[in-house]
Unconditional design. Structure first.
Lengths: 292, 211
């Protein structure tokens, strides 16, 4: 049973979802995301937890912690790890433990404030063998170059649609060794920022709590490239809502599988995110090498 | 007759008292600050008159500082705060209240148009330092910051400390920490703050740099 469970986890192509946080282009603040990684470097700390049913009455529960640190204004590093527990039906022992430690170097290349447009490059590395094999962590690592973008529609003359924004990424995960498969990992987010509506389009008499919300949907793909070694295409659609306070955000999303291989049913994920650069602007929130 | 007043000086006392009562401007003409930096032809509007600003000139509460598009001006307020006024700015010293020790009690500036940099003197107890614009208010305690205003928008950038920017229309406010900035457009909520780039700070520093 243990071998079946681990094989199941591995075949799913590993679950280590990156967490994400807000970033800004001019007056556009892109809300935190939880399924897809964020689109630019920052000084942030966040935690998320998720749970989702899988075939055969099994459940996968995960908890993630991520710390992001800017080195310069445009360059930063991301460090994260995920604890996972795979509860099996039929009285079998649950499989649990840490997944592999993951780091990413991220560079903000373009920040066009007038057009609310961002473009970043990332180089992610999963450190093979640092996690628990019984929990599905690979013995070998993987490297993923990524291209990120964010575009707000606030510069277009489209009235109440100006609060819309689209962010996304395209990644290609290259396994260090076989039998781990290479993966194409694209994704995108569509969001409608009510804070943007209130501050840039029209201040409507909305209740206080509504003014801080951003409804959003993340869509994530994981597609085997070349020899799959049992991995299959995963598509996850995650509608949810983000609440932004001063220096923190709270996000809840449904995890809706769009392919049989992804999951057996809808799960849920929740994240709390702290902007260290807002809360501690003179200490841990500053870039290591700041020009100011 | 009040004790200690010489009868021969009574007419002068009465005249002075009448002046303070009948001419409100005379009572309000409290010292607000001093011009300590000047570039180009700047003006001080006071009591309906307008005169060219000079280094060392006193600026009273109620006076308006007018800096043309080719000028810059720096004021040291009575509480020790330093306000650098960029080109194309019109600002009025609405209130400059200090106690007997020179500590700020209440400072209000009114920014009709243009850009200010304010290095606000620290005080030991709560005391307000506020800049009003057409669309909102920015309030601080002790900080180095910029505020730019017009009839339709304002923006605040903070080098150190923090600033609270409040919309005049919706009363919503945002707290802006060091290295961050935010905008406010007329009739709306403040835009959530964000980190300002070095280029953005360099631009407002250059505009308010009075040698």
């Amino acid at each position: 049973m243990l071998a079946i469970g681990v094989g199941f986890l591995v075949a799913m192509g590993a679950f280590a979802r990156d967490a994400a946080a807000y970033t800004a282009a001019g007056d556009r603040l892109f809300a935190a995301t939880v399924v897809l990684p964020q689109i630019s470097p920052g000084d942030e700390f966040y935690l998320w937890g998720s749970t989702q049913p899988f075939a055969g009455g099994n459940w996968l529960t995960e908890f993630n912690g991520t710390y992001m640190k800017t080195i310069t204004e445009n360059l930063g590093i991301v460090m994260q790890d995920t604890w996972t527990r795979f509860t099996q039906s039929g009285g079998a022992k649950p499989l649990y433990g840490w997944l592999n430690f993951d780091t990413e170097l991220k560079y903000l290349a373009v920040n066009d404030q007038a057009h609310e447009f961002l473009l970043s490059f990332g180089l992610d590395h999963e450190w093979g063998g640092t996690g628990a094999a019984r929990a599905g962590a690979f013995a070998s690592g993987a490297t993923t170059p990524r291209l990120y973008f964010g575009k707000g529609l606030g510069d277009l003359d489209i009235g109440y649609l100006r609060p819309l924004a689209i962010t996304g990424l395209l990644g290609y995960q290259i396994a260090d060794k076989t039998p781990r498969p290479d993966l194409v990992t694209p994704g995108f987010v569509v969001e409608y920022s009510i804070p943007y509506l209130q501050s840039k389009v029209e201040s409507l008499p909305l209740p206080e709590v509504i003014r801080s919300l951003t409804p959003m949907t993340e869509v994530s793909f994981t597609v085997p490239a070349g020899k799959s070694f049992g991995a299959r295409t995963n598509i996850l659609i995650c509608p949810g809502i983000s609440y932004a306070g001063q220096g923190y955000e709270f996000l809840v999303e449904a995890l809706v599988p769009a392919s049989k291989a992804t999951a057996a049913g809808t799960g849920v994920v929740a994240m709390v995110h702290f902007s260290l650069d807002y809360l501690f602007p003179d200490t841990i929130g500053r870039p290591l090498f700041s020009q100011r | 007759m009040p004790r200690g007043i010489c009868p021969r000086k009574l007419p002068a006392w009465l005249a002075a008292t009448a002046l303070l009562v009948l001419v409100p401007g005379a009572a309000l003409a409290a010292p607000g600050g001093t011009v300590v930096g000047l570039f180009g032809g700047c003006f001080i509007e006071s009591g309906g008159g307008r005169s060219a600003a000079k280094i060392g000139q006193s600026v009273a509460v109620g006076d308006t500082v007018e800096v043309p598009t080719d000028g810059k001006l720096k004021l040291r307020l009575s509480d020790g705060s330093v306000v650098s006024v960029a080109a194309g700015t019109r600002m009025t010293l609405t209130t400059v209240g200090v106690d007997s020790g020179g500590q700020r009690q209440d400072v209000h500036l009114s920014l009709a148009q243009g850009l200010l940099r304010a290095v606000v003197a620290p005080v030991e107890r709560p005391a307000s330092f506020e800049v009003d614009t057409a669309v909102g208010t920015a309030a601080v305690r002790s900080t180095d910051w910029f505020v730019e205003g017009s009839a339709t928008a304002m923006q605040v950038g903070v080098l150190s400390g923090s600033v609270e920017m409040t919309s005049a229309a919706t009363k919503r406010h945002e707290t802006i920490p060091a290295r961050w900035g935010a905008r406010l457009e007329a009739g709306r909520d403040p835009v959530p703050p964000r980190v300002w780039s070095k280029a953005e700070f360099d631009a407002v520093i250059a505009r308010t740099d009075v040698k």
